[in-house]
Design a protein around this ligand. Structure first.
Ligand code: PLP
Length: 460
């Protein structure tokens, strides 16, 4: 692989980065102490190269479940380029060709959902829905039904409103006070049982009902849930959970908002995570994999029933959704998203995701035989987690520093994996895998072999 830059240029770039960049989720003291910031300069397929020329197999799709179709896709770059020179931007009160085409194609994948509202990030897409729910409360419920429920261990974004629905304490701490009306319900991770019952899924859903009854059903407008919790520990809800959640929402006239920012667009082997469970959401939000990081785009999608609530009175200037996202009018997002979806269809990547996901899960399960430190393995499609414990019987979480040492050891072997971190105090102990949907059997084996070796290196 030939890099485009000379060593000298790269030295300058590292220094410019060290001097001027404030990195996301990073403690910068390490860079004062001599660690170089990692700069990724090139990507092809499943692999990336850093400024020093080191090659890595990326098992986390750009670090945060994003580059679903892999790096270096000429066809996406070409489609976006052509669109930009023809028409790059106009505010979203007007339409554009790729926006209309992508909305049509997207909603064809989501029976019952018809309307797409464009913005730029997962946080923003979620905030749009919170605003819609609040406006519905004011316009249609006499100011009642303004509360929004969210679940322990789930995450919905980084802005203050989205953080008000963070079920991950370490994300939200020190950024409050938060706005009123956001109420937490218990998580549903059976491995860390909160109730000793047979039908755990149903019981965990009933815990939501208990919160609704405590708060007063006439005050609760919506609930936001990840279909499979991502950064909170890759939590696949137990059997029976979703059916009961849907029933509860219908009984109390509560809108069901599913946050597909991670699971959306193929990650779990279906177009959307909720489609594993046969539920009928009122809102879906998505971002990350929608355009695989080739352009910024997020979508808040809803039903015609919800949409109709915002066009009830043409003479009333307050009746419509009074919201704008400046860059929601960029055409690069939907243009890239359309091509991203075409690639997933033409290359049969949903099937590959299921097959490679099954292989990865089986490999991780096999590692459980060898490494007692793996307490639980879970996931769907190419979205998997392995929870590490100091003691399998007592399920005592492995120390976070050791978990991070396993991640670092994989990195030293040339494989980038992830782990829950800075999320849930005492429970940042799950290794996370989310390779691109193009992963081959060899890629999967390289990833799990690296984990095998890292567990031996770090823990024996
Ligand atoms: N929702 C979920 C489930 C996420 O995991 C994230 C980010 O990781 C977000 C929302 C926020 O997305 P963004 O970082 O694009 O604002």
């Amino acid at each position: 692989m030939t890099l485009d830059f000379s060593k000298n240029d790269l030295g300058d770039i590292v220094e410019a980065d060290r001097a001027h960049i404030w990195h996301h989720l990073s403690q910068h003291r390490q860079y004062d102490l001599g660690v170089d910031p990692r700069i990724i300069v090139e990507g092809r397929g499943m692999r990336v190269w850093d400024a020093g020329g080191t090659e890595y197999l990326d098992a986390v799709s750009g670090g945060v479940w994003t580059v679903n179709v892999g790096y270096g896709r000429d066809s996406i770059a070409n489609v976006v380029r052509d669109q930009l020179v023809k028409m790059n931007y106009f505010a979203g009160a007007a339409g554009s060709v790729p926006a209309a085409n992508f909305a049509q194609k997207l909603t064809q994948k989501m029976p019952g959902l018809t309307r797409v509202y464009y913005s730029n990030s997962g946080s923003e897409a979620n905030e749009k829905v919170y605003k819609m729910v609040r406006q519905i409360a004011h316009r249609h419920h006499g100011g009642k039904k303004w509360k929004i429920l969210y679940r322990e261990r789930d995450y919905h974004g980084t802005t203050i409103g989205a953080l008000a629905t963070s079920g991950q304490a370490q994300r939200a701490t020190h950024y409050g006070p938060y706005p009123d009306g956001f109420v937490m319900v218990p998580h549903c991770l059976e491995y860390r049982k909160q109730w000793d019952v047979e039908n755990y899924g149903e019981r965990a859903a009933e815990a939501i009902e208990e919160v609704i009854l405590r708060e007063g059903p006439d005050t609760v407008g919506a609930i936001v849930l990840e279909p499979i919790t991502a950064g909170g520990g890759v939590i696949v809800p137990p059997a029976g959970y979703w059916e009961k959640v849907q029933e509860i929402c219908r009984n109390y006239d509560i809108l069901l908002h599913i946050d597909e920012v991670v699971c959306g667009v193929g990650r779990t082997g279906t177009w959307f995570g909720y489609q594993h469970y046969g539920i009928e959401p009122d809102f879906i939000t998505m971002a990350k994999g929608v355009a695989s990081g080739y352009a910024a785009i997020s979508c808040s999608v809803t039903t015609e029933r919800v949409f109709d609530m915002f066009k009830d009175d043409p003479d009333d200037p307050m009746s419509f959704f009074r919201d704008i996202s400046t860059f929601g009018g960029c055409t690069s997002g939907p243009a890239a998203a359309l091509e991203n979806m075409r690639i997933i269809e033409d290359e049969d990547l949903l099937r590959n995701t299921i097959e490679m996901g099954d292989r990865c899960l089986a490999n991780l399960q096999a590692l459980m035989e060898k490494h007692n430190v793996i307490g639980d393995v879970r996931g769907k499609g190419l979205f998997l987690g392995a929870e590490l414990v100091a003691d399998r019987k007592a399920k005592e979480p492995l120390d976070e520093k050791k978990v991070q040492a396993v991640v670092a050891d994989c990195m030293a072997q040339g494989v980038i994996i992830g782990a829950t971190n800075r999320s849930i105090p005492g429970l940042n102990n799950t290794l996370c895998l989310s390779p691109a949907l193009i992963a081959t059997a060899d890629d999967i084996d390289q990833i799990t072999n690296a984990i095998d070796k890292a567990l031996t290196n770090v823990l024996s």
